[in-house]
Write a protein that binds this ligand. Sequence first.
Ligand SMILES: Cc1cc2nc3c(=O)[nH]c(=O)nc-3n(C[C@H](O)[C@H](O)[C@H](O)COP(=O)(O)O)c2cc1C
Length: 211
Amino acid sequence: MLTVREAIQKRRSTRSFKPTPVPDEMILEMLEAARLAPSASNNQPWRFVVVTDAEEKKALRKICFNQSFIEDAGVDFVFCADPSSYSVESRRRRIQEAVDSGLISEGNLSDSTLQRYQEMAANEPDLPSLLTPLTANTYIAVEHMVLMATGLGLGSCWVGGISSYKDIRDMLQIPRGILVLGVLAVGYTNIEPKARPHHPLEKIMLRPFPA
Ligand SMILES: Cc1cc2nc3c(=O)[nH]c(=O)nc-3n(C[C@H](O)[C@H](O)[C@H](O)COP(=O)(O)O)c2cc1C
C-alpha cells in the first residue's frame, strides 16, 4: 500500500483499463474510504451505486458521451447525494451526536455556536440552497475513493461528462429525491497515463508562501 504522499503524487486520471475485474474486497475498501470522509456538520450526504455488470457499464458509457473507459473499467461507482441528509430531523440528530460525543464539553464548540447550529437546523432547507453542500461534501468522499484506489494499485477517472442524469436514474432505479452527481470509473490501468500539467505553486498562491 502506498503512503498518502505517494498516492497523491502517483494519481492520474486513467482512461485505459485492462479487462480484469476489481475484487469485491477492493471495492469495499474504496466505499469504506468514502464512508470515513469528513463533511460539514457530519451530514454525510453521499450515496453510491456499484456498477460491475457488463451490460450496465455499456449503458453507462452511452449515457456518458460514449467515453469508452467507462465500459472497460472493472467497476463504475455512480455517486449521488441525498438531500434528506439536511432535513431538520437529520441535522438535529447530527447536532445531538456532536453534543453526545463531547464536542461541547471539550470546549471545541462553544455554547453560542451550538445555539447557532440549532437555530439553523430549525427550518427545512430548499433544494437550491443544498446544491453546494450536497456536491462539495460528496466530492470529498469521492476523492477519498480515488486516493484509496491509487493506494491499492488501481487507476481511476472522475466522469462529469454525462448527457442525461435521468437516464442513469432510470437505468439504476435510483430512488426519487436522490441526486445523481457523477461517475467514478476504477480498474487496473492498461496504458499508464502521462502526467497532466498542474499549475506551479506560485500560480495557486494569492500571496507568496513563505513570505
Ligand atoms: C469533477 C470532474 C469531472 C471530470 N470529468 C471527466 C470526464 O467526463 N471525462 C474525462 O476523461 N475526464 C474527466 N475528469 C478528469 C480531468 O480531466 C482530470 O482530472 C484533469 O485533466 C487533470 O488530469 P489528472 O487527473 O490526470 O491530474 C474529471 C475530473 C473531475 C474532477
